[in-house]
Design a protein around this ligand. Structure first.
Ligand SMILES: CCCCCCCCCCCCCCCCCC(=O)SCCNC(=O)CCNC(=O)[C@H](O)C(C)(C)COP(=O)(O)OP(=O)(O)OC[C@H]1O[C@@H](n2cnc3c(N)ncnc32)[C@H](O)[C@@H]1OP(=O)(O)O
Ligand SMILES: Cc1cc2nc3c(=O)[nH]c(=O)nc-3n(C[C@H](O)[C@H](O)[C@H](O)COP(=O)(O)OP(=O)(O)OC[C@H]3O[C@@H](n4cnc5c(N)ncnc54)[C@H](O)[C@@H]3O)c2cc1C
Length: 669
């Protein structure tokens, strides 16, 4: 039987979790499809971990995860074949792949080594390979027919500064081959997922040289392990980099190359070509070499919202089950969910998870549209996509990381146990702050775009839609009640002012420093603040536009709850940006008080639906993988059962009693 407090929460709610789930999944059909897929795996014992993965050694974890991943891919393949007759290429961008990716994230608490094959290797083949190369490699790679791939870009010495990468590919005209080398220790590839023991082909990003002349960074397909024996190929030094803070199911690896020869046609040549005679032909858009990173950044926004909502579900259910510390002296101990401060910890995180995912959907559509335009030779919208994907990846991953920590701490001591699953979720989410572009560095990329747009705005040029606000920046009008559109304008105005001030500061610095990079370095702190505010303004506008649609489309009770969440989300953004808002707009203390009171009232109003909303995210118990967050709320029973599984509890007296404790107590040590 379900815990009585959770039962009461579900009965008291003003909306149905099923309605919420349907909206969240994108409609009844999508929900059913997702549930059918979940069921396929949830009812298969092959996917039940025999023990908590944190109890396995590093080697055991890899071997166990790989075995499970192979079963996962094989089963997924059967399901996919039954669902669709699409070509492999169409399948990669199909929504079913998103579902499958999400399921993969959920089923493997520490991720899995084949993930890079799908998330980076295949997209790079598509984005960087010619049609002929795609024919030769993509279909086979999709089926994993002799090919398990990874994406090897980062080196020991360089990850961010791509122009500084040292791995080189020298073209040998006589044999029509490239010769790949990592000429120093710092040139060793370091970090690629699955590189350690799993992948047998790597897309290696290397500096191209023809007759000693440098032609920039390009992708090369390098076989690193023999397809039959899996032994490293001659000249290849490959291994795993060791245990990490999280994601230990992925054997991130190192790679050294010594005179490794590959045929000319294994340079991916969609965006630049080397002819047999050594002639280098530049593609129309050299920046497309960085295209896989744009794709991956867009996907990360979705990934981190998933982790954040898992954590929010665990913490909210636990807060309904856990009772502690009377609020009124003559009353029994309340559910901790009734403490106002607990609500302030939980509800903004639920709202963030929702609106990050909704923003991810918007950039995903934008990505698809820009990809189509690029195919037709138009690059007009690429800078906007690059800027938006950079700041959203950076902002959402950083916020999600902080949110998971807040949620963990909101569960007190029990949140610190691995069986709560918070440590694994945190390990995965915090990694996203670093991989695919370190967050600060990405915010600087966005800021560079924003300053340019600000200058274009001054010249009355038409600006891309995500930055139109820079051109018409006027202070918002403050009404009697706090309206969403006023709050959005407040954030946009603060972002504009921050960009203006960074621009002015850069102008001053130009009088002192001659080089532009020096100027950027000096203005760095201001620039990343501007990009952060832009991310907040974008997210707020996007959320408020969504709220407008929801009012029209959904049942009134559900729409009302979602509008409450929108307000919580945007007010939280405003309160987090208060310092910057006050620099741009003279809010008085009464107005600030208005914001705070509204925020507190919304937390109170949302309280009754909190459990139902997290139920509506529709995570199965297996996906949550948490003693604290199960649907039935039997927290204490699960905590004890999990503790009993600890190997230390296998015998009543541990042998160290005889060998160490006893001698110590007897003074014989
Ligand atoms: C349970 C919860 C779950 C949660 C989630 C967890 C899920 C499980 C996860 C497990 C799987 C893990 C998968 C991980 C995969 C990670 C893979 C990697 O990290 S792979 C490694 C990833 N590594 C990185 O990401 C490295 C980061 N570094 C970089 O990207 C670049 O080097 C740079 C951008 C920083 C600078 O580059 P530089 O060459 O110095 O360029 P300049 O600055 O001089 O700008 C020149 C012009 O170029 C423009 N532009 C630039 N980029 C792009 C672009 N992409 N496009 C278009 N344009 C671009 C720029 O705007 C400028 O334009 P303009 O103003 O002149 O008009
Ligand atoms: C879990 C995980 C998985 C990964 N998977 C892969 C993979 O599959 N393939 C792959 O190729 N790589 C992978 N990576 C590597 C990852 O992409 C890099 O670690 C990342 O791009 C950051 O680069 P870096 O490590 O060189 O950091 P650094 O650039 O050395 O960052 C260190 C500090 O320097 C600062 N800094 C650096 N440059 C600047 C600048 N221009 N301005 C201001 N500050 C700066 C940063 O902000 C940061 O504070 C992975 C990393 C992790 C953690």
């Amino acid at each position: 039987m379900t815990n009585i407090d959770l039962q009461r929460e579900r009965q008291a709610a003003l909306i149905s979790s099923e309605d919420f789930a349907e909206w969240w999944a994108g409609g009844r059909d999508a929900l059913q499809e997702r549930r059918a897929l979940d069921k396929l795996f949830n009812e298969d014992d092959d996917f039940t971990d025999p023990q908590h993965t944190s109890l396995m050694s590093h080697k055991e974890l890899y071997e166990y995860t790989l075995a499970k991943a192979c079963k996962f891919i094989s089963k997924l393949r059967d399901w996919h074949a039954a669902e669709t007759q699409q070509s492999a290429i169409a399948s990669l961008y199909d929504f079913r792949m998103l579902l499958a990716g999400q399921l993969g994230t959920a089923l493997f608490q520490q991720s899995f080594p084949l993930r890079l094959h799908f998330s980076m290797f295949l997209p790079t083949l598509l984005g960087q390979g010619t049609e002929e190369q795609q024919r030769e490699w993509f279909e086979r790679a999709w089926r994993m027919d002799g090919i398990i791939g990874t994406y090897a870009q980062t080196e020991l010495g360089h990850g961010t500064f791509l122009r500084g990468l040292e791995t080189r590919a020298d073209y040998d005209m006589k044999s029509e081959e490239f010769i790949l080398n990592t000429p120093s220790l710092s040139a060793y590839k370091w970090w690629p997922g699955g590189l350690g023991q799993t992948a047998n082909v790597a897309i290696v990003m290397a500096q191209l040289y023809i007759k000693g002349k440098h032609y920039g960074l390009h992708p090369f397909l390098v076989r690193i392990r023999n397809a039959q024996t899996h032994l490293p190929e001659p000249g290849v030094d490959v291994g795993e980099i060791g245990p990490k803070l999280g994601l230990n199911g992925v054997n991130n690896g190192f790679l050294g190359l010594k005179d490794v020869r590959i045929p000319r046609k294994q340079m991916l040549m969609k965006n630049a070509e080397v002819r047999p005679n050594g002639r280098f032909v530049k593609g129309p858009e050299p920046l497309l070499t960085y295209g896989t990173m744009v794709f991956a950044r867009v996907m990360i926004v979705r990934d981190v919202s998933f982790g954040l909502l898992q954590a929010a579900t665990i913490a909210t259910r636990y807060s309904a089950v856990r009772r502690q510390s009377p609020i009124a002296v003559d009353q029994p101990e309340p559910q901790i969910l009734d403490h106002t401060t607990q609500q302030a910890k939980l509800f903004p995180q639920i709202a963030k998870g929702i609106f990050f995912r909704i923003a991810a959907d918007v950039v995903w559509l934008m990505y698809q549209s820009v990809a189509k335009e690029l195919g037709a030779g138009q690059r007009r919208n690429l800078p906007e996509l690059h800027a938006l994907s950079c700041c959203l990846k950076a902002y959402c991953s950083a916020e999600a990381e902080e949110a998971v920590e807040i949620l963990r701490k909101s569960c007190g001591g029990h949140g610190y146990l691995r069986s709560s699953n918070f440590p694994q979720i945190y390990g995965a989410v915090t990694a996203a702050c670093t991989y695919e572009g370190e967050n600060t560095v990405l915010l600087l990329q966005t800021a560079r775009f924003l300053v340019k747009q600000y200058v274009d705005g001054l010249k009355r040029k038409v600006l891309p839609s995500s930055v139109t606000y820079l051109r018409n920046a006027t202070p918002p009008k403050w009404g009697k009640s706090v309206e969403l559109k006023t709050l959005v304008r407040l954030l946009e105005y603060a972002a504009t002012e921050s960009i203006r001030s960074a621009f002015e500061y850069q102008k001053k610095q130009r009088k002192i420093f001659k080089s532009e990079p020096m100027v950027t370095n000096k203005a760095g702190i201001r620039l990343i603040q501007s990009a952060t505010l832009h991310a907040r303004a974008f997210l707020a506008r996007n959320a408020s536009e969504e709220a407008e649609k929801l009012r029209r489309q959904l049942k009134p009770a559900l729409a009302e709850v979602l509008v409450q969440l929108t307000e919580i989300f945007i007010l939280d953004l405003c309160l987090a940006s208060l310092g910057n808002i006050l620099l741009s707009f003279p809010l008085n203390s009464r107005q600030v008080e208005q914001l705070k009171t509204r925020f507190e009232r919304l937390l109170e109003e949302f309280r009754v639906n909190a459990v139902t909303v997290v139920d509506g995210f529709d995570f199965s118990d297996r996906v949550l993988g948490s003693t604290l967050g199960c649907y039935d709320g039997h927290v204490y029973e699960r905590l004890l059962a999990e503790a009993c599984q600890s190997p230390l509890n296998e015998e009543p007296v541990n042998q160290t009693f005889q060998t160490h404790l006893k001698p110590l107590m007897q003074g014989k040590l």
